[in-house]
Design a binder for this molecule. Sequence first.
Ligand SMILES: Nc1ncnc2c1ncn2[C@@H]1O[C@H](COP(=O)(O)OP(=O)(O)O)[C@@H](O)[C@H]1O
Ligand SMILES: [Mg+2]
Length: 376
Amino acid sequence: MLSGDDQQSQALAKPAFSEAQASALVESIFGLKVSKVEPLPSYDDQNFYVYISRTKETTDGPTEYVLKINNTESSKTPDLIEVQSHSIMFLRASGFPTASMCPTKADNITSLVSVDSGSEIKSYLVRLMTFLPGRIIADIPIGPQLLYDIGRLAAKLDKTLEKFHHPKLSILRRGNFIWNLKNVPLLENYLCALEQNRNREIIEQVIQLFKEEVMTKLSHFRECVNHGDLNDHNILVEPSNSACGDAAYQVSGILDFDDMSYGYYVFEVAITIMYMMIESKTPIQVGGHVLAGFESIIPLTAVERGALFLLVCGRFCQSLVMAAHSCQLHPENRDYLMITAKTGWKHLQTMFHLGQKAVEEIWFETAKSYESGISS
Ligand SMILES: Nc1ncnc2c1ncn2[C@@H]1O[C@H](COP(=O)(O)OP(=O)(O)O)[C@@H](O)[C@H]1O
Ligand SMILES: [Mg+2]
């Protein structure tokens, strides 16, 4: 469990810049003339939508940007943010719809801004990236074709990141980072955020099974760098204009590389399945379509496939336990956090009660139907 001090520093870490201050930062650090600034949602950091006016120096290039101001805690790890920013640039150069990073006047991709709050000086890492088109997938109905495409994209992303080199890449070995899927057992430190009821019992059982069935097999999984957070607010889509396929939407943006870390192929697909389930009216069916897309690029081994059920359950536990913990730290966000959590608890209960064998059967049968060309 975090000490009282840690809890407090986390609670205070979120930046609170005004729109006028955000606008001033863009002008002074990036040398762009701002004509409009609007706040964007954010979990721990602060994001602004920024529209710039063209000047003599910026006659071409994008006019819409996102200003990202990291919280005071993550601003203390500039090397990690640099590696994340470079991987976003590398993916863009490799053809993925990730943002372009806007250079500062001093030709850096980040800038450290210090603010004197009277009692102390706080430092924030600031970046400006291009605004990507489209809507978050949380806002649209997601059909099988899009689930397949997202699974495929997740696998391509992991494969492409294998070609990414950076002198500080090892910083992505993030040890006890709570959102790395191998750290499900660390949730035991946060269980006090949950009430004593059936939901908590399920979480405890998943953690126990995870220790016995997943932790013992980690060395058999194939390692890679994961995006680690392909959730329904981090993928943008726009109406499809492709001549081939019958998809109504295509992915137009991949956002939020804050949770990147060394993991395994099977972690990426498990995380993606869990978040796609949250938005679905038929959550148990989701896994098969995502898996089929993922396996069209990276077929899983038998051991990896055998762990998938508990990995998806484990991700539900991470999300639900950490949401409950966040509620204690930020009671003002309670309503928002509870709405999301309500669906999550329901899906975890359903999955857990159906059991591994029944769920796997549905997933693997669906995935198989793609192989034989029945389903797509
Ligand atoms: N480059 C971008 N293009 C378009 N929208 C963005 C961009 N970056 C962020 N957003 C919007 O802001 C939201 C939060 O940004 P994100 O980078 O995911 O931060 P967080 O870490 O707080 O989740 C996204 O869900 C999206 O709606
Ligand atoms: Mg996000």
